[in-house]
Design a protein around this ligand. Structure first.
Ligand SMILES: Cc1cc2nc3c(=O)[nH]c(=O)nc-3n(C[C@H](O)[C@H](O)[C@H](O)COP(=O)(O)OP(=O)(O)OC[C@H]3O[C@@H](n4cnc5c(N)ncnc54)[C@H](O)[C@@H]3O)c2cc1C
Length: 394
């Protein structure tokens, strides 16, 4: 089998890259380890930056998002019993974010791919990229007991943090940067109306809480828990009581509770590898970097990597500009490190750290008070939250 771009992984990065390349007439094949229902069942991100929204529209998969997604002009920070509004639109010259679940983005992309007739292999086992430094890389895998070899020009490693792509790069090539936080997020999905029209990020003595949503009738709430917490120890009642205790009183009084549809604990980690390219293999999304979800950046960073590689490949195939391939990593990393910084900063600002003493707590409260009291401070938060601009490929 032959293609121009072999894509490993059918998460948002792989599917979005595949769709953009297909629309541009660049042949690609997606190889995914799981089955489609498993991929669709993962409840993850829900806040899309303007850049990602525009990219989904460009890929021709924006119709349902534009119809069902919720445009948010701002969000709130809650601390010391206060609720402070960050006016994203007003502070950034009109930029907003879109609330639309990662599951829905994935579904739209999967449906578009199926309709386009582009090739995908799900339930692929023993996926392995080969000859990355040569001119003729290829990927081998197994499906239903049959062995496949896919020859290609380039390989896009879109297979997430635990995938095979990053691990195929020889030891010593990549430099890893990592911080593991001593807590996680316990998340609950419920069919209840949101407590507020906007997301509320709460800093509280008992720990961080986030009131988020997926639609006007479906909510996603989180509370910070210690890293060794077990989800089975959290009944719905315990979760709702804990969430209420971390919100300002008037907000807690308005909170509508209900049975959870999904409940899980996500660990918090910052992670980056440099470079994001090895020969003809390119790493995208979670394969190359992880952010704690506090800044709502994980999915959006995956989209910006896709944007960069897509525009480079357009010029490679359209104009013979193979020189651009060497710039992929540096272009991506400039934006990634800024999003890593914002996600780390929001995490530091809003969570309760085990070693935090009374002084540390006052510093955190004062930093929040300072940022929301200053227009420059609010603007800094807003411009990072809506997403920094994509770099032009020239
Ligand atoms: C529990 C959780 C909660 C999250 N919450 C948020 C949030 O609130 N906000 C936010 O912005 N981000 C969040 N994220 C991050 C966000 O979901 C990711 O950044 C995003 O999914 C990255 O997309 P991706 O396509 O790069 O990787 P993934 O979505 O991980 O997709 C990778 C795909 O590759 C496949 N794969 C893996 N190994 C192989 C292999 N060897 N061969 C073939 N295929 C393989 C996987 O099955 C998967 O389908 C969360 C992540 C997790 C895990």
């Amino acid at each position: 089998m032959k293609t121009q771009v072999a894509i490993i992984g059918a998460g948002p990065s792989g599917l979005l890259l595949g769709q953009l390349l297909h629309n541009a007439g660049i042949d690609n094949v997606i190889i995914e380890r799981q089955d489609p229902d498993y991929v669709l069942g993962r409840i993850r991100a829900g806040v899309l930056e303007q850049g990602m929204v525009d990219l989904l529209r460009e890929a021709g998969v924006g119709a349902r998002m534009d119809f069902e997604g919720l445009v948010h002009d701002g969000f709130e920070l809650a601390f010391d019993g206060r609720r402070e509004h960050i006016d994203l639109k007003g502070l950034t010259g009109g930029k907003t974010v879109m609330i639309y679940g990662q599951t829905e983005v994935t579904r739209d992309l999967m449906e578009a791919r199926a309709a386009s007739g582009a090739r995908s292999f799900y339930n692929a086992a023993q996926v392995q990229p080969h000859d990355l430094k040569g001119d003729a890389p290829y990927v081998t895998f197994e499906q239903d007991g049959e062995q496949f070899r896919l020859d290609c020009d380039y390989i896009a490693g879109c297979d997430g943090f635990h995938g095979v792509s990053r691990k195929s790069i020889p030891a010593g090539v990549l430099k890893e940067f990592e911080r593991v936080y001593p807590f996680g997020w316990l998340g609950v999905l419920a069919d209840t109306p949101p407590v507020s029209d906007e997301l509320i990020y709460a800093n509280h003595e008992r720990g961080f809480a986030l009131c988020s949503m997926r639609s006007p009738t479906r909510t996603r709430y989180y509370v910070q828990v210690s890293a060794d917490e077990k989800v089975d120890d959290w009944s719905d009642e315990r979760f709702w009581n804990e969430l209420k205790s971390r919100l300002p009183e008037r907000t807690a009084a308005k909170l509508v509770t209900g049975p959870s549809i999904e409940k899980s604990i996500a660990p918090l980690r910052s992670f980056v590898v440099e470079p994001m390219q090895y020969g003809r293999l390119f790493l995208l999304g979670d394969a190359a970097h992880i952010v704690p979800p506090t800044g709502a950046k994980g999915l959006n960073l995956a989209a910006s990597d896709v944007n960069t590689l897509f525009r480079i490949l357009l010029k490679v195939y359209g104009e013979g500009r193979t020189d651009l391939l060497e710039q992929y990593s540096a272009i991506c990393l400039r934006r990634i490190w800024k999003a890593e910084r914002f996600s780390w900063w929001m995490t530091s600002l809003l969570h309760r750290f085990p070693e935090m003493d009374a002084f540390g707590r006052r510093m955190q409260q004062t930093e929040l008070d300072y940022y929301v009291s200053s227009e420059a401070g609010r603007r800094t938060i807003a411009e990072n939250y809506v997403g920094l601009p994509y770099e032009a490929i020239e």
